[in-house]
Design a protein. Sequence first.
Length: 289
Amino acid sequence: MKTKPTLALSDEQTQRFKEQGYLQLENISPPEEVEFLKSVYDRLFAEKAGRRQGAYFDAVSIDEDDNKPHTSPQILDPVLFAPELKETVFRANGLAIAKQLLGSKAYGSFEHAILKPPGIGAPTPWHQDEAFRLDYAPGYDEISIWMPLQPVDTTSGCMEFLPGSHRQPVLRHASPGNDPRIHALACVDDFDQTKAVACPLPAGGCTIHHTRTLHHTGPNISPNPRRAYILAFALPVKPDYKFARPFPWNLEKQTASEQRKRDWRKRGGFAVEFVRKIQKKVTKLTHDA
Ligand code: NI
């Protein structure tokens, strides 16, 4: 990418990430960029961008009714629906940080946008991101950089982490209420929630967490929308199919968004997906360069 990074982690920050499994920064994207992102973001959610192809969904409901208010709507890979998101200081800084934390082969693996509407934004259950993985690979290494587009605190759903939890294996997860139609996952193993650390942030600040770090966000009971934009970066790995066993909680999932994705593929979406895969490979090679 053309945009250059504007920051680097100190040795102390890198060390803290290794020990705690997360990190907090006050500024990863400049104020004018955050304003620009907010306008893109609000347009994408107003349009429900990607709804027909399974990219837009409500993470905490059965997500079949378009007329009911969604309390945790998300858009996977929003950059596909807004190419102007490709060149941002946020992305340049994110990639630079990922290379510091993971190594020079780190590349942008995934991104998503999450909106918690004012007053009704639902909490996100405690989980480890790795529990969502379908293509499990032992030693999978990925980080997520979570940036709010307005200030966040515990009344609007800021991130909360369990320090050091990235050193555990993937714990047992289940669909909320054991309903496999719901996209979200909730950790059902025991852990000490009293050790959780909340991370309030200014707009354009961020938290960075490892894919295995336990985290959650509370509800948004504030009068403002809570917008978060997340970039994930990973190291390339070859899934080890000999040892790979899909997580049972993922095998039973039957979400409406997956069905919409399958229907879209049948209507020709598979060709669009193929082109996107090639483009992603090209981007990955550019990142490596
Ligand atoms: Ni998560």
